[in-house]
Structure formats: C-alpha cells, structure tokens
Design a protein around this ligand. Structure first.
Ligand code: SF4
Ligand code: SF4
Length: 200
C-alpha cells in the first residue's frame, strides 16, 4: 500500500541572495564593524588575553589531564584493580600490577600508563575508581609533545601533578619520555657497495 505523500513548497530565494557574494560581504562587514567598535571604544573590554603568557583560569570541574593520587607515605593509592582500564572506552590505560609488602593492600601499579592522545576525557576512569586514586582535576588542559610517545604518561608523571584549586597550577603538560635522537646513517666501511653499485 502506498503511503500518502505530502508536497512541501520551498520558498524561492531572491536573486541577490542566490548570488552569494553579496551575503558574504555583508557578513564580513558585520565582523569588521564589531572589530573597529571594540578597538576604538575604551569602555569595551576586549575578551582577549596574551596567551600563553596569560592564561584563563580553568573552570572547576573541568576534566583535565589525569593525575594519580598518593598515600601519606608517598606510594600510589592505586591498588591495580584494573577497573579504570576495563571501563575505559578508548582502551588507553595500561596497568601492570605488583605485590606490596603491606599485605593489607596487596597490589600496586608497577606500571601505569595513559595514552592521553587516545583518551576521550569521558571521566569514567575517575568515577569508577574505588580508591579515589585517579583524578582529572589537575587543571592541566594543554598538551604538547614531539611525538606520540611523549604523550603516553607513565606512573611517575601522573603522580607529579597536584590538584587544581581554582588557580591554574600548570595548564601545560609535556611527556617525561626521553627524546630519542634521530638515527644517523652509519658510515659505510671500505669496500661496501653503495646503492648505485660502485664500491665506496
Ligand atoms: S577519561 Fe575516559 S577515555 Fe580517558 S582514560 Fe578515563 S575512561 Fe579512558
Ligand atoms: S586507578 Fe583506581 S580503578 Fe584504576 S586500577 Fe587503580 S585503583 Fe583501580
């Protein structure tokens, strides 16, 4: 059985709008008018800052780069239960568990890494953690690195961050992985054959 159809009439655009360029220039004129007005009127406070020397405070509750919290003795609160790694939708948490001497706690993370480039900052890891061991309240919101490996943060890096209390502690994080020197081509030994076929 054919379903009933309804025809919808479209409004025809006037020719001057269809030409496009006139509307584009109108938009540019509005932008330019606001720019000139903002620059020339002293009572207008420009919403610009001298980034990166000046940085806006990060709103409370903003999910920044992870940090691992520590016990009073400085050891990680994490008990390597793998809950965060299991719930992580991006599968960017890697944990290796080791045994603690203190048998009442049993385990701790010998290795704990987060690939911050794969992370989608959903916050599941900190919500699921039973020990309040992982948090995203570091206030660090800008990441930079020379390669992907730089932005895989290890346990000590994650434990090096403090909590954010309204004033940016450090809004910029870099990896702690040592930079690898680019491999230099080895000098060919006497008698080696160059790619062209002639002995060097
Ligand atoms: S914030 Fe989400 S994606 Fe990122 S590590 Fe935690 S659970 Fe995984
Ligand atoms: S950070 Fe929390 S959830 Fe993740 S392994 Fe450690 S204790 Fe478990």
């Amino acid at each position: 059985m054919n379903s009933p159809s309804t025809s919808v009439s479209r409004n025809r655009l006037p020719f001057l709008i269809k030409v496009y360029f006139i509307e584009a220039f109108k938009g540019l004129a509005i932008t330019l008018r606001h720019l000139v007005r903002n620059i020339l009127s002293p009572e207008k406070k420009l919403e610009t800052i001298r980034y990166p020397e000046e940085q806006k405070p990060v709103p409370k509750g903003y999910r920044g780069v992870h940090r691992l919290t520590a016990r009073d003795d400085g050891t990680p609160r994490c008990t390597a239960c793998y809950l965060c790694a299991t719930v992580c939708p991006a599968k960017c948490i890697y944990i290796e568990a080791g045994e603690r001497e203190d048998k009442s706690i049993e385990k701790f993370p010998v290795r704990f890494e987060i690939d911050e480039l794969r992370c989608v900052y959903c916050g599941f890891c900190e919500q699921v953690c039973p020990c309040d061991a992982i948090r995203m309240d570091s206030g660090v919101v800008v990441l930079s690195g020379y390669n992907r490996r730089d932005l895989i943060f290890d346990r000590d890096n994650l434990m090096s961050r403090g909590s954010y209390d309204g004033v940016p502690l450090r809004t910029h994080a870099q990896g702690t992985q040592p930079r690898r020197k680019p491999a230099r081509p080895e000098k060919p030994a006497d008698g080696d054959v160059k790619p062209g076929g002639a002995p060097s």
